[in-house]
Design a binder for this molecule. Sequence first.
Ligand code: F6R
Length: 272
Amino acid sequence: MSPSPKPAERTLHLAESNSTVLVFADADAASKAAADRIVRIIAQAVAARGKAILGLATGATPEKVYDDLAARVRDGGLSFRDVTTYNLDEYYPIQPLDALSYRTYMHRHLFSRVDLAPNRAHILDGTVPETFASEHAAQFDRWIDDDGGLDLQLLGIGRNGHIGFNEPLDLTVEAFAALPTRLVDLHPITKVDAVREFGSVDAVIPRALTMGVRQILGARTILMLATGPKKAAIVAEALKGPITAAVPASLLRTVADKVVWLLDEPAAAELG
Ligand code: F6R
């Protein structure tokens, strides 16, 4: 039996967007709601197709979600036996065992704590030669396609609206929506926010491999988790401003019927 999701404090109906926006009292409650939904999606996908394909995020936001999922596995209420994962991104270049790699992050927060087979935990490889990076990225997209696409993509949002490391670009919405997995330059705001891990802006690895927008928007369910006051302005812009490649998360409104925004009150503060 999968647990039923905790009721949201409130559900917002925004005139500008038909997205589902659920607001919780705090980050713990929003994270618990995300974990509840992930557990249900795993159960439904495994029942329907014998496997669940999850797209996962790193960063500060999903840490509590992974704690919750790990606790359920430890208590016997959840298994990753039939799960395959694809992470959104990885710095480039970086060694997998580097303390700052997203491979290390995922090992620490989830992979070492659940019964996921190591060869089903896919993270873009920060050690591929640069001449091979685009082929590696294309192969990553093919693996996801061959797995039948993502049942779920878990997302956080950058303060510049990025999803994965799909940074704001001067492109049409159509061109942006079609972007494949690829090597990218990090945006100045992303580098400032990475000082938390790297210690200084100059120490931040300036490039990354990121899952493309095409693959993210193609997921059958998208959970966007945003918590804390620093996300309030960009959450409002993404949900109420124009749909534009200058605010990557605004493109989630082009597939609004399969997107659920899980916010805490501070992140929802500018939605009205
Ligand atoms: C992480 C990722 C990023 C983060 C975003 C928010 O894999 O792709 O888009 O989700 O930068 O980061 P936090 O959660 O640290 O605020």
